[in-house]
Design a protein. Sequence first.
Length: 944
Amino acid sequence: MAPWAWTWDLCIALLNGRFARIDGRGSGCFRIAQGSTNLFTDQSEDFSVEIFQRSPLPASCVAPEELKQQSSLHADLLWLDIPAISVLAFELKRCLSRKAADPVMEEEDRNRRMRYETDERRIKGTVVLMKKKNLLNFEERLDRRIFRPPDRKVSLQLISAVNGDTDAKELRGKLGKPAQLEGWNSANTPLMSEYFTFSVTFDWDEEIGVPGAFLINNYDYDEFYLKTLTLEAVPGHGRLHFICNSWTYLPSRTPPALQYYRGEELVNLRGTGTGELEESDRVYDYDLYNDLGNPDNANHLRPILGGSTEFPYPRRGRTGRPLSRKDPRCETRLPFSESLKIYVPRDERFSHFKMSDFAAYALQSIFQFLIPEFEVLFDRTPSELDTFEDLLELFEGGIPIPDNNLLESIREKFPLEMIKELLRSDGERPFKFPLPQVIKEDKSAWADEEFAREMLAGVNPVVICGLKEFPPTSKLDPKLYGNQNSSMTKEHIKDHLDGLTVDEAMENNRLFILDHHEALMPYLRQINTTSTRTYATRTLLFLKRDGTLTPLAIELSFPHDKGDQLGAVSRVQTPAEKGAEGTIWDLAKAYVAVNDSGYHQLVCHWLHTHAVTEPFIIATNRQLSVLHPVYKLLHPHFRDTMNINALGRQTLINAGGILERTVFPGKFAMEISAVMYRDWVFPEQALPADLVKRGMAVEDSKSPHGIRLLIEAYPYAVDGLKIWSAIRTWVEDYCSFYYKNDEVIQEDHELQSWWEEVKNKGHPDKKHESWWPKMQTREELVETCTIIIWITSALHEAVNVGQYPYRGYPLTRPAMSRRLIPKHGTPEYDELEKDPEKAYLKTITVQIQSILGISLIEILSKHSSDEVVLGQRDTSEWTTDMEPLKAFGRFGKRLKAIEQEITEMNKEERYKNRIGPVRMLYTLLQPSTELGLTGKGIPNSVSI
Ligand SMILES: [Fe+2]
């Protein structure tokens, strides 16, 4: 018999109040009733405590050795929220019996009892909490000042762990009298992230016996995070210390009394599937992407994504907004002015002070004010960029704005201090942007070697493939698209293969391809009906002896004038340096960049990280209790994603939004991403599987990560595999603690429901795919969780943070093109020969407004001071299970070591792809970061 016995006390408060809400960070089980109380007019409405129960833990649940050294009572929780009434649930573990016959303890208890008896039957307590930083905008703050409840306070009530409430139908603990935090009203003003200590005095009711839990009610507007409650001299028990913390239990190991509430809480989180969801709701549900278009605006009609074989898509979070009258299949859109109010479950809202909040405002402002204003401005001044120097001037001298009224109006509408820095009024030109890193050290961004290097160490290093056949053939249906096979011939490349034949080069894994032809060709005819004129491209590359790549040929294709069935019309360009051919070669590379930029943003960034992750978040919250170990494992990796995705639907990826304005497929952008989702295969998101599939590596059990890279110096893969393996080891250690064998996986009904829901409700358009892990073994769980963490952390970072540093110079990395290569004998061709810069600029659209948008986003994406990167958590008390804590510590150490390894590799000249001709080190997968625009650091989640 263990010397310690433990008891579970669970308290759940049922609240009335539509504003009641909880930031579920680490909370236990709780629920909130969906009420309709108007906080401002009916402040007196009470909430009721619904449930309180306790029951013994199974005998096998013995406190870890380390915990025995800690205080005897622990609570889980709590974010208390605006405006008040929130309460919650917290779970408590309490030591009922101490080590037998401890004379020191017995003496202490005697003393405490004596103290209590002399203190007029009152119990003194101390509460430590941290106020949340106020993220409200000015108007909201003002509203809340005006409508502030007159009697704002925070009160606590003790709940008995041993005596039930005789008036209640079910077993629930006796509730003590409310006691208020002393001095609360006088300590409210500075909203800083500092700890505050408050006293509280409880009237002691003997029927409480032993406090096993407490309710805390916040009637004020300010949110806070409760850290601890310490009770002094509890009769018969002495000092009791509650630490807000989370406990972890598999469903089968959960104390019986908790199981019901654990399940009930999940029912609440799943909601009813009906009605419009409000700000205070904590309901996670699924919906189609039927909110991107606007049926009432003929220019903004867009297909519904998801729910069809034509446009399959991952699901998004449901908002329940009314459906359009004109097209009831579509959800109505929020007015633009209310963009930031788009529903996401309360716990998913940005709840911390970070750049994302600024970014949200900035995106809104850019969209609402700047882009239209600048479009007007640049429509009036179409000849601003005639030479390459004009563009450099943008970076070095700022954007010229002749209209001072415009500037003033932007300044007025753009109140953020950070933005004001860009809108200079000190005589300097406004909108002066930092020189993108890629041209900072060296102006070699035009070099073929840099063009190729960025396929291995740029912002989109996830598309390049090993070439397995020459000429490349197409998998597009010939009945629909005719002959789409490549028109490249051996003649095009044979003299540049280091003495090898084409077949020998392929056999020796020296040929690679960046193929955007397959993805884009089916849409090219439509895309070219917009202001875009572009090609679908295939780029062939050769791996040189020094480990760098060089482009051999670029094939530019577009659909036949007389119909798709007649196949592609293609031309093949090979490297040239001088004359018209040199300009055309540069243009060919630019078209590749245009293709790659759009594919990157739509598919590699948005679809493969943001969009595919959201269903996992929804399913996790609906099916895994906050007590569940897998919930705890994944939760940090879901931070802010639903919020940024929702804001994205409102301002970025919607019809006419920023994405459509800044990627070449224009209004077809999102439906192309839906077509690309057809090819998404969950297990292939694992980095090793992805590399093998792309022919960039082969399986090799003797290699450290189980695969051998075919380009040894492939920085994304080299760094990525280190990170991947570190994540996998951590996940394996963690899962092995809770799942001792496969049977435990199979019997975990929450886990099984979670996985079923991921497939059937989160990614239902792919539910019949045979590749889904069956989730019957620990190995499958480990691989699955590793993939999710990889996608949300390192993969997102690899394709996100380098956007401005690598792609901020639109001459070599344009995102749009507006005409095809001029034909021989035309005036345009003559101009191309005589004035190549002008011809280049006329072909490649340098959109100042898009530079503006990207630049601002980049500036706003600077790492903030509270960034939580891989290997860190926002609290060190995220679990009390010591083995997982130790494993997490090892994970952090490993990541630090990786950091150092990458730094060392970056110093070695022999790794040429790490620095390239532009002298720009590959740092995107360095795990840690400092504050600011660092171009490195791996945040835990997809948060921007
Ligand atoms: Fe992102």
